[in-house]
Design a protein around this ligand. Structure first.
Ligand code: MTE
Length: 334
């Protein structure tokens, strides 16, 4: 992993060149995907992009199917469509093109390397500034009630997907532990276990991966602890058995394979903004008007489509979340 300031400008792949190569590669690989020819994209991304990562009822459209407690949908697969009629990204793309550095820095390398990752038993410890600290096992979490939400998902690297998630609203879990009055933020932590997550033996990032939200963001009805996609349980590459989903923020906020949630008073450290603070902010709200220092955020490549589309402020969720930031300078607190 290269530090951003160690990359010479002539090494950074031009974005359109990258996109063309990426599209070509996708088409080429479609038949032979996961065949082990994966290194190219990651190297490009690492140079280009990665220094490389009910207050109101949810706006995510409910599809009407009834996910069972184990994450399986008991009714026929619904016609997955986002609120604006954008169709959901192919299951194979969602599960074959991943960022999960604990397993691999190659997007196509994650799924094969994570495939034997054991996700049961699994517990999530919720502690810190709460009146009722509690450790939930996976079945207890699922028993809180899973919902189905189709959200846009926008990576800071300027690609996006539409994903039919299932999961538990984070607010439901937080209300059970009763946050104290002085809790201001929520800190999340991924499992640290280099035996099971082999890339944690490398120093590609500081481990464990950590993330954070302001408490009001964490309580927002759009914020989900996801346990599945397309009506099926999450696969390891997508952050099984439980990962955060915050659809109005860049994808790296959506921390995978969470084992600890801690309520704290001050803004907690987060992996990418600690690693490269000038490139990745704590807030990381999707914002076409604030460029990444090395590329524009105005447009994005929807995986599975040829042409670029305009990126929407707050990833299209401004009506739901804009008011959270009315007092915040979005350029300064990017
Ligand atoms: N969580 C952990 N623990 N480790 C990671 O490397 N990558 C992040 C985020 N959560 C990451 C993580 C990034 S950069 C993105 S874009 C999303 O996961 C990718 O999620 P997906 O692979 O399910 O699309």
């Amino acid at each position: 992993m290269m530090k951003p300031d160690s990359i010479k400008s002539n090494e950074i792949t031009d974005e359109s060149e990258y996109q063309q190569r990426h599209q070509w590669r996708r088409n080429f690989l479609r038949g032979a995907i996961l065949a082990g020819t994966a290194a190219t994209t990651t190297m490009l991304y690492r140079r280009l992009a990665v220094p490389a990562g009910s207050i109101r009822q949810a706006a995510g459209k409910q599809t009407g199917s009834q996910p069972a407690a184990d994450g399986a949908v008991t009714q026929p697969m619904p016609d997955y469509a986002s609120p604006e009629g954008e169709s959901a990204t192919d299951y194979d793309d969602i599960t074959g093109y991943n960022n999960f550095y604990e397993f691999s820095t190659s997007k196509e390398g994650v799924a094969p390397r994570a495939k034997n990752f054991v996700t049961r038993p699994w517990t999530v410890e919720v502690t810190g500034l709460v009146h009722k600290p509690r450790t939930f096992d996976l079945d207890e979490l699922l028993a809180l009630g899973v919902e189905e939400r189709v959200y846009r998902f926008r990576c800071v690297e300027a690609w996006s997907m539409v994903i039919p998630w299932i999961g538990v609203p984070l607010s439901r879990l937080l209300s059970l532990v009763e946050p104290m009055g002085n809790a201001g933020f929520v800190a999340f932590q991924t499992l640290f276990d280099p035996q099971r997550m082999p890339n944690q033996r490398s120093s590609v990032l500081p481990w464990p991966y950590v993330e954070g939200l302001r408490l009001d963001e964490a309580l927002h009805p759009l914020t989900l602890l996801s346990t599945g996609i397309y009506g099926k349980s999450l696969l390891p590459q997508n952050g099984a058995p439980i990962r955060l989903v915050v659809p109005w923020k860049y994808g790296f906020k959506s921390i995978k394979s969470v084992v600890k949630i801690r309520l704290v008073e001050q803004q907690p450290p987060t992996t990418w903004s600690d690693y490269a603070p000038e490139e990745y902010g704590f807030y990381s709200n999707v914002n076409p008007g604030v460029a990444h220092p090395r590329w524009s955020q105005a447009r994005e490549r929807r995986i599975g489509e040829w042409s670029m589309r305009n990126t929407l402020i707050f990833n299209g969720y401004a009506d739901q979340v804009g008011s959270l930031y009315s007092n915040l300078d979005l350029r300064r607190y990017f």
